[in-house]
Design a protein around this ligand. Sequence first.
Ligand code: EPS
Length: 384
Amino acid sequence: MAGLDYRTAGESHGKALIAIVEGMPAGVAVDEALINAELARRQGGFGRGGRMEIERDVIDLLSGLRRGDTLGSPVVMQVVNADYRIDDTPPLRHPRPGHADLAGSLKWLTTDCRCVLERASARETAARVAAGALARCLLREFGVDVVAYVVGIKDVVADVAGDEVPEDLRRARDANEAYCPDAEAAPRMIDAIRQAQTAGDTLGGVVEVRVFGHPPGLGSCMRWQDRLDGRMMQAVGSIQAVKGVEIGLGFGVSLRPGSDVHDEIGFDPELRDTPRLGFTRRSNRAGGLEGGMTNGEPIVLRAAMKPISTLRSGLPSVNLATKKPERSDHERSDVCAVPAASVVVENVVAFEIARAFLEKFAGDTLGEVRAAYDTYVEMVRSLA
Ligand code: EPS
């Protein structure tokens, strides 16, 4: 039986975006409002462009449900594009440095970058968000929560404490359009985006995501393909415009001795009933992952997003047909999509956690998954 997996289909100005999710157990209550709320959040955040005024992303659940619960069959979700005009979009001959335009045009042997960019566009992330939000309907049955937020826009860096509870983090994040829990940094981020907009430029930044409430033992050290750290990096690193992913201290591990990197282990019997199953750490520099497996601590991962590659004034480029130097084309675009990317990161990470969860606690129905989960927790508690 195949595990949890998903595919996406659709072009930026095609008829629709599609997510096909396979391997959801039967009996999971699907919260359509949650999925649509995530789609709406993805459309928002300060720095978005004109397209988001045209679209109202909502899912149409085409299959996989009966009376609101999953059946175990593939769940197909569709987001219709209001701006459907793929056949009428003009050719784009001047590849934008940083976009898929040049590499893709050479790959698919075309001088019209449009043939490539329609699929390369970050609009595809609406389907990824829908898939991830569906997976969260399963995760929340087990108290697993995922929160992502912006921690940097260009050189404006937020100060976010490591020991936050998910609800507090989410509340602080949702209080501003930068999607940043640091109320002091958020307006400075918004100012930086405003300045870039005036200058015809674009900005990148850093997103952080935390996973709470999951058990230890997700992922595996037995096959390199199963290591959860690598899988999360693939999932997040494949998000459009992401150029770096780090877990815990990340690149910072190289600057410190081992005594200042590894997280001391303790045990507190009073915490036996928590997802940590009693084991404690005085720090979480590993970011919740050791040996490619969850260790019970919150997962902490950061992603660096480059500035959007469509600049109002263009950048030096070449006409693909004439090979003469000309500036890159300007398409309607965002000035900064880091807040929106935080929603994508949150949901793709949720999907990877759900996938790993169902590998360890597999079952055709939610009841069987729950039984497997409860049995495991009981067995860890009685380890001696
Ligand atoms: C996006 C829709 C796109 C862009 C953006 C993401 O719409 P359009 O190209 O019609 O303006 O706003 O895509 C890019 C930044 C990109 O480089 O492709 C969306 O729905 O997120």
